[in-house]
Design a protein around this ligand. Structure first.
Ligand code: NAD
Length: 259
């Protein structure tokens, strides 16, 4: 229970859009269980506070920051808060992401721009803000949460999501390459079919939950959907020093879907 002992982590999108365990929420809780001090960042103060309360309830250390990644100030706000709280940052987990249904003919400029702003530009904004401190201390790990949609076509279209998530993979590699001389690492997760509240909120709100879950599980060679904990445990590997020589890679968390 000490794989992140002494580390200071910011989880961007640490709440959950619904009841149950989202990827960001599980990641925040797992990081705290492993000894990290965790700043739960979310545009919803209520959602961030719910995660922080869970952590404190288990005896961990958590604080909250209400920030929207579409705000140009979001990055500086995260860095300022981490500095004020704990004197800096060791781990950034960028988990925020939204989906927008629609192929190219159904996607207007505004929808495209919004998805890119949240899924990609927000990641760049926050990364840009934390890098100087990570470089100065010659240590840091950045974990981006992309999606299998970056490399695998689902049976439905959501082109803005797919393209923004692929760009996020490239962002991770660019950040990794540029910052390797400073011992700052960047890696990216590609979760597959994960059972989180995000799915009902963004992917399919019309099909009843049981039918949707069975349909999604049937897609996966392992015969089950992933859980937020599967994603969190993969993030933990990237965040911890166990992956000290691993940078610029994507990890598929997909139960064999693309094997
Ligand atoms: N569930 C899946 O099947 C699946 C699969 C692949 C990838 N993903 C990715 O995992 C991530 C979602 O994980 P989750 O389950 O924690 O998601 P979630 O949708 O529950 O969101 C987590 C938090 O992000 C916050 N948020 C949304 N927009 C924000 C913004 N503009 N600024 C700040 N906070 C914002 C929400 O308030 C929420 O509390 C996304 O990046 C998604 O693309 C999910």
């Amino acid at each position: 229970m000490s794989r992140l002992a002494g580390k200071r982590a910011a989880i961007i999108g640490a709440g959950s859009v619904g009841e149950g365990w989202g990827n960001g929420k599980a990641t925040a809780v797992l990081f705290a269980r492993e000894g990290a001090k965790v700043l739960c960042v979310d545009r919803s103060q209520e959602a961030a506070e719910a995660t922080a309360e869970l952590i404190r309830g288990e005896g961990g250390t958590a604080e909250t920051l209400m920030a929207d990644v579409t705000d140009a100030q979001a990055g500086p706000q995260v860095m300022e808060r981490m500095t004020a709280l704990w004197g800096g940052i060791d781990i950034l987990d960028y988990n925020v992401g939204i989906s927008q249904a629609g192929g190219i003919l159904e996607t207007d400029d505004a929808a495209w721009a919004r998805v890119f702003d949240i899924n990609l530009t927000g990641a760049m904004r926050v990364t840009r803000a934390v890098l100087p401190a990570m470089r100065a201390q010659n240590a840091g790990s950045i974990v981006f949460v992309s999606s299998l949609a970056a490399v695998y076509s689902a049976p439905y279209s959501y082109v803005s999501y797919e393209v923004s998530k692929m760009a996020l993979v490239r962002l991770a590699k660019s950040v990794a390459r540029e910052n390797a001389p400073f011992q700052v690492r960047a890696n990216v997760l590609l979760p597959g079919v994960i059972d989180t509240p995000h799915v009902a909120a963004f992917v399919d709100s019309e099909t009843d939950a049981e039918t949707l879950a069975a349909r999604r599980a049937a897609m996966v060679p392992m015969g089950r959907q992933g859980t937020a904990w599967d994603v969190a445990r993969a993030a933990l590997f990237f965040a911890s020093d166990e992956s000290a020589y691993v940078t610029g890679i994507e990890m598929r968390v997909d139960g064999g879907l693309t094997a």
